[in-house]
Design a protein around this ligand. Sequence first.
Ligand SMILES: Nc1nc2c(ncn2[C@@H]2O[C@H](COP(=O)(O)OP(=O)(O)OP(=O)(O)O)[C@@H](O)[C@H]2O)c(=O)[nH]1
Ligand SMILES: [Mg+2]
Length: 323
Amino acid sequence: MPADPLVKGLLAGDRMALAKLITQVESGAPLASDALRVIYPHTGRAIVVGFAGPLGVGKSSLISRLVTFLRKKDLKVGIVAVDPSSPFSGGAVLGDRVRLDLHPGDKGVFVRSMATRGQSGGLSQGTRDTVRLMEAFGMDVVIVETVGSGQTDVNIRDVATSRVVVLVPHLGDDVQSLKAGLFEIADIFAVNKSDLPGSSDAVRHLREMASIMSSRANWKPDVVECSALNGTGLDELWSKIERHEAFVRQDEDARAESKERLAKELRELVSRKFEVRLSSMMSEDSKVRELVERVQEGEVDPYTGSELILGRFPTRRESPRRR
Ligand SMILES: Nc1nc2c(ncn2[C@@H]2O[C@H](COP(=O)(O)OP(=O)(O)OP(=O)(O)O)[C@@H](O)[C@H]2O)c(=O)[nH]1
Ligand SMILES: [Mg+2]
């Protein structure tokens, strides 16, 4: 039995415990690491779907519709909305964006927004962990919404097994420049706002592109036409997602990709932990502080200085406490 009451609560389906653990994870609290370790065996069973795409194409609207659809199937759904936060304003953007605080009172839905502010990648580090917390909580499906712009898009590969790229009719030339990147990440294209003119042309065009540009040997992106406004195309979208999930489970390349993802995560975790130790060493170790000053005074060159600092890290056999 887990000792942490929050973890116990989470596994028993306590929403407050889930909310608190996500906050811990987001703030990088040391406790979170222990909690994540304990819940890890309870993860990996949910369908994790990423929704990416340019600003305002209707990702949130589509997700709301999909959630309604999934709730009718009695599936529990967690949603992580990764907010684009402008480095200039440091705040949320866009007046008419649909907020994802849907289904109030429905215990089978949990929505959480995360800011990307201060993160170098588009998807904040905490997103992956938040997805796991939601899985351990018992969500059958976890949906991650992220706004599409280059790197942000690409990082959705790190968390989701099925990626939906949302587009709209008449993206015009913009989409040409986006396309190469989008084809790298899209398992499924959803052409939303099919209530607007030009939708079937866009679908046809994307299907042609999909057969040419798909970078993967065994999977050509599906293209689905839908309208969040009218609520059409949702069942088709979901069946494509399920089809892709089934594909991922049996395809060698997809399995290799998921192994690669874990190796990458491991590497990132180590480098993050290393960064934390380095920071505390830089501020707490008087020898290191002295060395920094000597570099600043020009008595030691930075190359030698960095080697000397590295040399102060405990070697493998030593316990970190005996530094
Ligand atoms: N005509 C039409 N409008 C839609 C449809 N889906 C969404 N919209 C509108 O498009 C606008 C943007 O919708 P959102 O769901 O916020 O789009 P988003 O992609 O989540 O936006 P960001 O998160 O800001 O990138 C809103 O005004 C929606 O009402 C649709 O199917 N048809
Ligand atoms: Mg949105």
